[in-house]
Design a protein around this ligand. Structure first.
Ligand code: GNR
Ligand code: NI
Length: 191
């Protein structure tokens, strides 16, 4: 297992349409292990392969509460997911993304979703998700198609955050420890 580096905006690879996995072999299982380790370390509740710069249709999820010692980890490894059905009913969660650090905003999505996928054995599975799992699954499947949660916001909000990350990259990259308040101030009233 290895911890992998998570790529962030404005990395253009986050906009790739990721390729289906033809077969679940040892290299894909090793990829999923690395993704779980990287997700838990971040910490996050989901991770798509493209976030560690691998453009394949692979994602991992674990929405179990980690502060609760009684709840065992319940990781899901999902390959080549296809959404079969989404509810008319919508729900709103405040979303974040490990590839868009320190930015959180409410996003409205279908409240429930049914999907088909291959598990880590390569077996076909179906899942019907609700709550935060439904939101996270849709957020991760979006990643496989080059879609980020900011694409679900108003153009004003999306452009503002896109410009902020472009500017941070230009002035020394994400390693520079820049307080959000300073960046917000730098964005200014005209941003
Ligand atoms: O860790 C994460 N939390 C989260 C919270 C609300 C909605 C979606 C997510 S996914 C995110 C990790 C991530 O960036 N996955 O792609
Ligand atoms: Ni994300």
């Amino acid at each position: 297992m290895a911890l992998r580096k998570i790529i962030t905006l404005p990395d253009a690879r986050l906009r790739l349409k990721c390729a289906p996995v033809p077969a679940i072999d040892a290299s894909i299982r090793a990829l999923m292990d690395d993704m779980l380790e990287t997700m838990y370390a971040a910490p996050g509740i989901g991770l798509a392969a493209i976030q560690i710069a691998v453009p394949k249709r692979v994602l991992v999820l674990d929405v179990a509460k980690r502060e609760d010692e009684n709840s065992a980890p319940s990781p899901l490894c999902i390959v080549n997911p296809e959404i079969l059905w989404t509810s008319e009913e919508l729900s709103t969660y405040q979303e974040g993304c490990l590839s868009i650090p320190d930015f959180f905003e409410d996003v409205e999505r279908p409240a429930r979703v049914r999907a088909r996928y291959l598990d880590h054995h390569g077996r076909a599975q179906e899942i019907e998700a609700e709550g935060i799992l439904a939101t996270c699954l849709q957020h991760e499947i979006d990643h496989l198609n080059g879609i980020l949660f900011i694409d679900h916001l108003s153009r004003l909000k999306r452009d503002r955050i896109t410009r902020k990350f472009a500017k941070t990259a230009k002035h020394g990259g994400p390693s520079r420890k820049s307080g959000a308040s300073k960046e917000d101030a730098a964005a200014g009233p005209g941003a």
